[in-house]
Design a protein around this ligand. Structure first.
Ligand SMILES: [Cu+2]
Length: 365
């Protein structure tokens, strides 16, 4: 037996055990200093459903968890818009970020593309310098190397020029941050996205405070509707186009994140907190997203689908859901949920038939 080797091995083992012991003891020691026990730090466990049971939850059943009183039954008068292939959704084999359909998204994408050109220019410049040095100063062409070690002019240039480039990048970069935190104007339409395990609820506090529950469609249903599976939902979040939206997020159980890549929108939905960010959508369309915060067993199965409609069609949809449109109560006109939505389902183009004025009589005539 090789004794020195054996003892060396033993030493390592002992050192490892000692280290593990230290790590195990250290947290307790820290707690003891503050007069706490481990139990104080552990929140009382809420009533937990076993993970096996959660896996089997049918999305339709899961929807029952929400307050049924608050949930609108929806209306047959409204037919979901057909999505445009490749718009507002990921494309197989795509290299770049999704095309952007919000002003902030367009700005951010412009910065992204601009930065790529800056990187290409710098990379090519450095490559050219390296090729020049390798060729011009190789041993064969330059047998006696120069002993120059300082050149003030060049040193000033290679300090100042990169600093100016960074300054040039910082300006649009900080502008983008400011745009993303811009406060919505007072008259922005408030819509609230509520994360549940594992579906989304969309509340419209400015429109009679009804709530839509949105569950993922299964493969067959999504196919039938011509929508991408795992992005398609039964009830979409319907939003108006071209007006600022105060999009708020919160959650009922754990942290979720409301993210729609083609609208440059991502905001955590945290229980007990109300986060908000302004969103303006440039044009009608269907824009898909997903929960982007690991929230449990069915985290990957709570997609987001936003249907953006011109304001009059949005108002018609609101009425079809039994909601109210701001300003109409003052005019003495009751919102009538039985009125059909003024909407052309196949197209949300402003000139499309049916995309006319909302069903509101002019009371002055
Ligand atoms: Cu989630």
């Amino acid at each position: 037996m090789n004794f020195p080797g054996f003892f060396k091995g033993l030493n390592r083992t002992m050192a490892g055990l000692a280290m593990a012991g230290m790590l195990a003891v250290a947290p307790q020691a820290a707690l003891a200093q503050e007069g706490l026990t481990q139990d104080d730090l552990v929140a009382p466990a809420p009533e937990q459903t076993p993970a096996s049971a959660l896996e089997g939850v049918d999305p339709a059943e899961a929807a029952d968890v929400a307050d049924p009183e608050a949930v609108s039954a929806g209306s047959d008068a409204y037919t979901p818009m057909a999505p445009t292939e490749g718009k507002g959704m990921p494309i197989p084999g795509a290299w770049d970020v999704q095309s952007q359909f919000s002003p902030t998204g367009e700005y951010a994408n412009g910065l992204h593309v601009g930065l790529i050109w800056v990187m290409i220019a710098i990379s090519l410049f450095v490559l050219a310098l390296m090729v020049y040095v390798v060729v011009r100063f190789r041993k064969g062409a330059n047998p006696v190397p120069s002993k120059t070690s300082h050149n003030t002019t060049i040193e000033v240039i290679w300090t100042v020029v990169p600093a100016l480039i960074l300054l040039g990048i910082a300006i649009p970069s900080i502008t983008l941050i400011a745009k993303q935190y811009e406060t919505p104007p007072k008259d922005a339409i408030t819509v609230k996205a509520i994360g549940y395990q594992w579906y989304w609820g969309y509340a419209y506090p400015d429109n009679g405070d009804f709530e839509i529950v949105s569950n993922m469609l299964d493969d067959a249903e999504a196919r039938e509707r011509g929508e991408p599976y795992q992005l398609a939902v039964d009830n979409r979040m319907v939003l108006p186009v071209g007006v600022p939206i105060r999009l708020q997020t919160t959650a009922a159980d754990v942290i979720h994140s409301f993210a729609v890549p083609s609208l440059w929108f991502k905001l955590d939905a945290v229980p007990g907190r109300l986060n908000e960010k302004m969103l303006t959508i440039n044009e009608p369309g269907v824009y898909y997203g997903q929960c982007s915060e690991l929230c449990g067993a069915r985290h990957g199965y709570m997609p987001i689908a936003i249907e953006a409609l011109p304001l009059d069609q949005f108002n018609a949809w609101v009425r079809a859901q039994g909601g109210t449109v701001a300003g109409e109560e003052e005019a003495g006109i009751e919102a009538d949920p039985s009125l059909p939505a003024v909407q052309e389902p196949e197209s949300a183009e402003p000139s499309a038939p049916g995309a006319g004025a909302p069903p509101v009589e002019d009371v002055t005539t």
